[in-house]
Design a protein around this ligand. Structure first.
Ligand code: SF4
Ligand code: MG
Length: 340
């Protein structure tokens, strides 16, 4: 049976004055209802771009999309803008790092949720207001009926984030995409927002995609993980496997660079170097300039040959894109001992 969201060989490119940006280069994954997929990577890995494409939020004039995105059995690549608008906010909705991008400063919170509901439901304002009160209550806003009349600036950052989540949920979306929704918040509020999304997902049974660079967040919320680098998936599998025994050197680097759970403020071993410009992706494995293991692969293949995404289990529930033939052993004997 087809998953609720099925992305197949997705490619996203946009021409710029400096050349063609290949932001996503052949991405395939699926998410079932009731599951949470974390898409992990640094900025410029294609993690946000691929999500924007699913929501139809890319600029249609300058962006080229190919491949397939099937949502509830319907192909959405190639839909017209007006058709996509019907999908957005009802079947699928998105929450962002910055609530400012979804909440208009000149309208009350209540007004905005009411309008988001009425855009997809033929109901009176009174009915829609009751819906807004109910949702604001569910996302943990005290005195929701009174707070309905507040403007966004009268809410704290964490409260604005909750209001945006309420607005994203108002039409019972089957797919919720959360793009770094906790990054700008302090740790306590972050934890509350993660709990909230997990609770809401349980209640609504939606598929959730969580876009993040933070493996701590992944451990908290994800069932499955897709690690992206330079526009491609480099590792895929259950959160349990990826956090426990990752197979790709980039995933090892991410694991080593998270601050210890004891709360040390600085990453212990940040990955050296920076992700490549998508205008100029290195030949071979795009990670090779930063990879301390490239000399382990004979024949200099890391510099010349793009690795395939290789299934690592018989049922293909786990895959990685690397030329190393014994990543398991290297992880166990060399990486694990140096983790905090
Ligand atoms: Fe490192 Fe080579 Fe694997 Fe790329 S293919 S991650 S350079 S070992
Ligand atoms: Mg981003």
């Amino acid at each position: 049976e087809e998953a609720f969201l099925q992305v197949s060989d997705l490619r996203v490119t946009f021409p710029t004055a400096d050349g063609l940006v290949q932001a996503v280069q052949g991405l395939t994954y699926s998410v079932q209802l009731g599951r949470t997929l974390a898409i992990v990577g640094e900025s410029g890995s294609g993690k946000s771009v691929s999500s924007m494409a699913i929501m139809g939020l890319h600029d249609p004039k300058s962006t080229r999309i190919s491949g397939s995105i099937r949502l509830g059995g319907t192909e959405i690549v190639g839909l017209r803008q007006d058709q996509m608008r019907k999908v957005r906010g009802s079947v699928a909705s998105m929450i962002f790092q910055d609530p400012q991008s979804s909440l208009h400063p000149f309208f009350t919170i209540g007004n905005q949720i009411v309008e988001a509901y009425r855009a997809h439901h033929d109901v009176s304002k009174r009915v829609a207001r009751e819906r807004a009160v109910d949702l604001l209550g569910r996302v943990g806003i005290p005195n929701p009926r009174r707070r309905l009349n507040d403007f966004p600036h009268q809410f704290s950052g964490g409260m604005r984030q909750r209001a945006m989540i309420a607005m994203a949920l108002v039409n019972d979306p089957k797919l919720l995409i959360a793009d770094e929704p906790t990054t700008a918040l302090d740790v306590t509020v972050q934890a509350q927002i993660l709990d909230l999304i997990a609770d809401l997902q349980r209640d609504f049974g939606s598929a959730v995609i969580f876009v993040t660079h933070d493996l701590g967040v992944v451990a908290e919320i994800a069932d499955d993980v897709l690690v992206m680098y330079a526009g491609r998936a480099v590792e895929y599998g259950s959160a349990h496997k990826i956090l426990g025994t990752p197979l790709h050197p980039y995933a090892w680097g991410l694991l080593e660079s998270i601050p210890a759970l004891t709360g040390e403020p600085q990453p212990l071993h940040p990955i050296p170097g920076a992700p490549p410009s998508l205008l100029n992706v290195p030949d071979g494995c795009p990670f090779h300039p930063r990879c301390e293991f490239r000399s382990r692969v004979p024949g200099g293949r890391c510099k010349t040959e793009v690795p395939e995404l290789i299934p690592r289990t018989a049922d293909s529930t786990r895959a990685s894109r690397c030329h190393l033939d014994d990543p398991d052993r290297i992880f166990q004997t060399e990486i694990l001992p140096r983790l905090p």
